[in-house]
Write a new protein. Structure first.
Lengths: 443, 272
């Protein structure tokens, strides 16, 4: 018999368990094993005192589903738990989560430093729309870590980027950029949609706010739009005078100071109390429930997504019709080593590749694949393809395309979880069609 | 608000309302390694209903300066100093966990100043697991992880925070890690472990007292809470099912409802 003393270990639930259970207690919901869909706009007050208490943030609870909803609340807690965050706020889409994050952080006259390799819609938000609110941005290439430092101004309120850029798969050096942000007393906001918390937990690498389009891998089935912002809880809003709307008394809530009162959850509390009240991009309970169904199988799906992606990388890398392949698992990818550190559970299922024959070949490929779906989404269980220069990023001019690292021969591939042989067979059909115009022109 | 006690700056949340000397004072005292923020779902109610609700950060904790106090007795005297510093003659005290030891000791030492005493997850003594104590004193973050595990009941481990979107365990972890662990949690755990006067102090308490206990509390079990309550004349006891040691967050509504009834009955607010 061993006399070795048993080491104390915390028995808090692990990732796969939290994916199924976090944020929900059946005994408080009529014993319903599944999370109920609270399809309601509003909630009864016990009496006038109770109503006042809810409006004054004296008690937790629900008032009106634009501000919060019990089904949506389960989703928020679940994602916060998976990310290792203190709090989360779900929104109607990933774009509204980004917008709400910026509007919670910034005022007119403020400035942001932003990675240049972003989803096209996000580029336009930062480049064209936010300046209309008096918020200006400086774009920096994601690998130009020093460039982020140089771009910080006196009125800079934060750094924003996609951890793995869309669609070129350039990776931000999150730990170094987080240090730059924190040295300047500002937060780092990271869109980690491509990774999900299964592949990367950005808070462990210095991020302060994490944003997801839940529409993608988190929901996973291409059925529902949703977004979320998650707060890490470490950032000290009171360390300087850059964030008066977080630290000074807020007229909209009886002089409340969010930072003093709510500390590690202050950002989320402000985003909800002010942002959801005033902008209202709320998530429907039905869509929240659909996303919860997806999250239940997140780790199972992500393993298969990553397996299929690595198989496709090998297939494409050896294919005669492919000029280049970009995926962090490729040894000569410039961020291969960084990816190993930041994405230890898998490098994700987004692949960019160049098709020989340029734009015409790309169009022929897209038009002829049968299994892969041609659409403007990523992170579906099904394999998806698009030609960014004529699709997701078509509103960009030549110079902006180049700055965003896009080329006319690029095809963006979101690898699904179908049988890998079927995906490869489908691509053969596409490549054959892509070669035909060139064969004809060569004769 | 900020004020000075023994030349050190003290931070106390006033529940979102300005401090008003005319209103009766309630002081909320947090548990080991934590801060005023654990009380956010109780203080704001009282602040909006005729009281000065003062959730203090103990010295060296949260936003208060100075070094952490090394004994429960020193903390008890410090609470009396807080009452004096904000210009009041008396107060109601509300404590959680270690805060119960502090408020019990303070009430026994200064019976004329303390009008009611509310204890949440309290016991007459809180002996520490030696390994946990050692981890905290050696600045090991595992001490916080263990505390968060043990402090939440089985239901609380799933979440279900009363404020939509907040996740209990991670929020508590961030609070406990906001300052150097050995200087807050380590010092507090040692103070709890050393404190032996709880049961004798309880026998001296004559003011109305309420104990809120929870069936799944591993850190201060119901049996220990009842033992303490039995020594205080006329003490009320309320027991919450399916709840752990962090009852003020896990069952915030229930706690507030019980606390509200007890305090407003025994220490009425300033009527508007």
């Amino acid at each position: 018999m061993s006399d070795k003393k048993k080491e104390l270990k915390p028995n808090t639930y692990k990732f796969d368990t939290l994916s199924l259970h976090a944020g929900y207690q059946p005994h408080k919901n009529a014993g319903s094993r599944q999370v109920p869909i609270y399809q309601t706009t509003s909630y009864l007050f016990d009496d006038v005192d109770h109503a006042a208490a809810l409006f004054n943030l004296e008690r937790g609870g629900h008032i009106y589903s634009r501000i919060s909803n019990p089904t949506v609340g389960v989703l928020e807690e679940r994602v916060a738990s998976l990310e290792g965050g203190t709090a989360a706020l779900a929104t109607s889409s990933g774009m509204s989560a980004i917008f709400l994050t910026v509007m919670t952080l910034c005022e007119a006259g403020d400035h942001l430093v932003v990675s240049s390799q972003l989803y096209g819609g996000t580029v336009n938000l930062f480049r064209l729309t936010l300046p209309k609110f008096g918020i200006k941005c400086t774009f920096v290439k994601p690998r130009d870590t020093e460039g982020f430092k140089k771009a910080i101004q006196k009125n800079t309120k934060g750094i924003f980027g996609e951890l793995v850029g869309n669609p070129g798969n350039e990776i931000m050096n999150m730990p170094e950029i987080a240090k730059i942000a924190h040295d300047a007393g500002i937060p780092l906001m990271v869109d980690a949609t491509y990774q999900t918390p299964y592949l990367c937990k950005p808070f462990e690498h210095g991020a302060d706010i994490v944003i997801h389009s839940l529409t993608k891998w988190m929901a996973g089935h291409g059925s529902s739009m949703a977004g979320i912002l998650v707060e890490g809880g470490k950032f000290d809003w009171m360390q300087n005078d850059k964030f008066p709307t977080m630290t000074k008394p807020y007229e909209g809530y009886h002089g409340l100071s969010f930072a003093e009162e709510f500390g590690p959850t202050a950002f989320t509390m402000k985003a909800r109390a002010e942002g959801m009240r005033d902008f209202g991009p709320c998530l429907s309970p039905q869509n929240a429930w659909n996303v919860l169904q997806g999250i239940e199988t997140l780790s199972v799906r992500m393993k298969k997504h990553c397996f299929n992606a690595e198989e496709m990388v090998k297939y494409l890398s050896n294919h005669e019709s492919v000029a280049w392949v970009s995926h962090p698992s490729v040894p000569d990818h410039p961020d291969h080593e960084l990816a190993k550190k930041l994405l230890p559970n898998g490098r994700g299922s987004m692949i960019a590749f160049g098709i020989k024959g340029g734009k015409d070949a790309g169009v022929a490929f897209i038009n002829n694949v049968k299994l892969a779906s041609h659409l403007a989404n990523v992170g579906d269980t099904r394999t998806l393809v698009i030609h960014p220069a004529s699709g997701t990023h078509s509103q960009m001019d030549e110079a902006t395309l180049k700055f965003a690292g896009l080329s006319h021969d690029m095809i963006r591939l979101s690898v699904g979880i179908e049988d890998i042989d079927d995906i490869k067979n489908d691509f053969e059909i596409g490549f054959r069609a892509a070669r035909k115009p060139r064969l004809v022109s060569n004769q | 608000m900020k004020f000075k006690v023994n030349n050190n700056e003290v931070f106390a949340s006033t529940g979102g309302r300005p401090f008003d000397k005319k209103k009766p004072l309630i002081i909320f005292v947090h548990g080991s390694g934590l801060t005023h923020m654990t009380w956010v779902l109780q203080t704001r109610y009282f602040a909006f209903h005729g009281y000065n609700a003062l959730a203090v950060d103990l010295p060296g904790h949260g936003l208060s300066s100075g070094e952490s106090l090394k004994s429960i007795e020193e903390m008890a005297d410090w609470i009396k100093d807080v009452i004096d510093a904000v210009g009041h003659k008396e107060a109601s005290l509300v404590g959680h966990s270690q805060g119960c030891l502090v408020t019990v000791e303070c009430t026994s030492r200064y019976p004329d100043k303390i009008k009611t005493l509310s204890l949440m997850g309290g016991a007459g003594a809180i002996p520490m697991n030696p390994e946990l104590l050692s981890l905290a004193e050696n600045n090991d973050p595992k001490a916080v992880d263990l505390m968060m595990d043990w402090a939440h009941g089985p239901a609380g481990h799933f979440g279900g925070h009363p404020v939509p979107g907040l996740y209990h365990i991670n929020t508590g972890t961030m609070l406990a890690k906001s300052r150097t662990i050995q200087n807050t949690l380590g010092v507090d755990f040692r103070a709890c472990d050393n404190y032996k006067n709880g049961f004798d102090a309880a026998k001296k308490i004559k003011c109305p007292t309420l104990s809120i206990l929870a069936t799944d509390d591993k850190m201060c079990p119901v049996k220990e809470g009842k033992k303490l309550a039995s020594l205080i004349d006329g003490s009320q006891v309320d027991i919450i099912d399916n709840c752990g040691h962090m009852m003020l967050l896990e069952e915030a509504d229930r706690v507030l409802t019980v606390l509200k009834k007890f305090i407003t009955t025994n220490y009425p607010p300033l009527s508007s």
